[in-house]
Design a protein around this ligand. Structure first.
Ligand code: HEC
Length: 130
């Protein structure tokens, strides 16, 4: 009898460990919340800011300054490039996904599928400054 209870306890402990692991991993999962600060900004920093900082060619030509969240949300001189919850019509996504004649980064290597997905999910989740 004792050994059955012992085995049950062991199974319970193992189950708890496994499910804790699953919960613990979920933030790194694709189903998790995408963060502007941790996920989106690093992509912009390394792949866009060489042309979209103050006075740079992309900013001067389009009016889109990507140095800050506010700049990204303000968009170009023609209007917003991010429509929260709607990556299908957000120019940010259209351009990095190669859905228009012009592609971004302009004349540079395209973003990795992973980076494209991060930007897509972030807009889908409401494009928050999180
Ligand atoms: C090598 C320089 C360069 C890099 C790197 C670059 N851009 Fe641009 N970007 C430009 C230029 C130049 C324009 C203006 C082109 C135009 O209006 O046709 C522009 C315009 C844009 C526009 C506005 C297009 C429109 O519809 O008016 C968006 C959105 C944009 N860039 C996003 C990005 C994003 C996001 C990245 C990084 C993933 C990026 N760019 C990286 C040079 C660059």
């Amino acid at each position: 009898m004792r050994s059955i209870i012992g085995k049950f306890k062991l199974a319970l402990a193992l189950f708890a460990l496994v499910s804790f692991g699953a919960v613990n991993n979920s933030s790194a999962d694709w189903g998790g919340i995408v963060s502007y600060q941790e996920d989106v900004y690093p992509i912009i920093h390394f792949r866009c800011l060489s042309c979209h900082g103050e006075g740079d060619v992309g900013t001067v030509q389009s009016g889109l300054n990507l140095e800050t969240y506010e700049g990204l949300m303000k968009g170009t001189k023609h209007g917003p490039v991010v429509i929260p919850k709607n990556p299908l019509i957000s120019n940010l996504n259209v351009l990095v996904e190669g859905r228009a004649k012009v592609r971004m980064p302009h004349n540079r290597k395209r973003l990795t599928p992973c980076d494209v997905e991060i930007l897509h999910r972030w807009v889908q989740q409401g494009a928050r400054n999180n």
